[in-house]
Design a protein around this ligand. Structure first.
Ligand SMILES: [Zn+2]
Ligand SMILES: [Zn+2]
Length: 269
């Protein structure tokens, strides 16, 4: 009754016990996963990592895309490969793509160019996009730039998308919803200092939210500091449930329904 809408299961930190990680997710009530296909980036032969996992497991879906961190490494042949991979029936979204002005691993103009190029490819493939957006501590530029790029290059597609690992303000969440996006909450929402995120989770309509782990990164309380894994998505649901004054199971059911509806997938029995 839970779906982890965003995890990096290809990550090396799962190499020693990936089968156990899948089994623990099932045991915790996680019935589907969206494996993110960024891999280790262009030029590393890993852009097919999520497709491979989805081909091996019925209940795993996949994305393809180049992360903003690695935008500067993208070559024409990488885009050709993504276009090929996107035809796999288990690929249900393009991502994660977007802007990261916090780490600044790629110049802003390169991040923007690679983002725009991938929105065009997603549009051609008729896939929604999964967005990563992180501003620098000093400014809100990434939000301003992202919302402008979405208006100019994506809104007219009508395909929508997901703002993953939402870490913005209530105002940012409103802007994202107005742009037609689903807001996905991750483990940080459970951290004591994240009251702003809990305020956003109190505002976002229940039928416009997903839950995710972003495994192996940023595990929720009480696993904070450990490797994150899909079974822990229940803790994200538990935090939102407390904020909304409803049960953890209800958050699980609603976000699961949202996932199947948004991606046009048949609900499991
Ligand atoms: Zn991300
Ligand atoms: Zn991610």
């Amino acid at each position: 009754m839970y779906i982890d809408s965003h995890c990096h299961l290809d990550n090396k930190r799962f190499d020693s016990d990936r089968a156990d990680v899948f089994a623990r997710a099932n045991a915790a009530g996680v019935e589907a996963l969206l494996a993110i296909g960024n891999g280790e980036g262009p030029g590393t032969d890993t852009l097919d990592c999520a497709v491979k996992l989805a081909q091996q497991h019925d209940w795993v879906y996949a994305t393809v895309g180049i992360h903003p961190h690695e935008a500067a490494l993208a070559k024409p042949e990488d885009f050709d490969e993504l276009q090929r991979l996107a035809r796999d029936p288990k690929v249900i979204a393009w991502g994660e793509i977007g802007l990261d002005y916090y780490y600044d691993h790629s110049p802003h103009e390169v991040q923007q160019r690679v983002f725009i190029q991938q929105t065009e490819m997603a549009r051609a493939a008729k896939l929604p996009i999964i967005i990563h957006n992180r501003p620098s501590d000093r400014s809100e530029n990434a939000w301003d730039d992202l919302l402008r790029l979405l208006r100019e290059h994506w809104a007219s597609s009508g395909l929508g998308g997901v703002l993953h690992c939402f870490t913005g303000s209530v105002e940012n969440a409103k802007a994202v919803l107005d742009a037609g996006f689903v807001v996905s909450f991750a483990g940080m929402i459970s951290y004591p200092k994240s009251q702003g995120l809990r305020d956003a989770a109190a505002m976002v309509p229940l039928d416009r939210m997903f839950i995710e782990t972003d495994s192996p990164y940023l595990a929720p309380v009480p696993y904070r500091g450990k490797r994150n894994e899909p079974a822990f998505v229940v803790e994200v649901a538990r935090t939102i449930a407390a904020v909304r004054g409803i049960s953890c199971e209800e958050i699980g059911l609603q976000t699961t329904r949202n996932f199947y509806n948004f991606f046009g997938l048949p609900e499991s029995e």
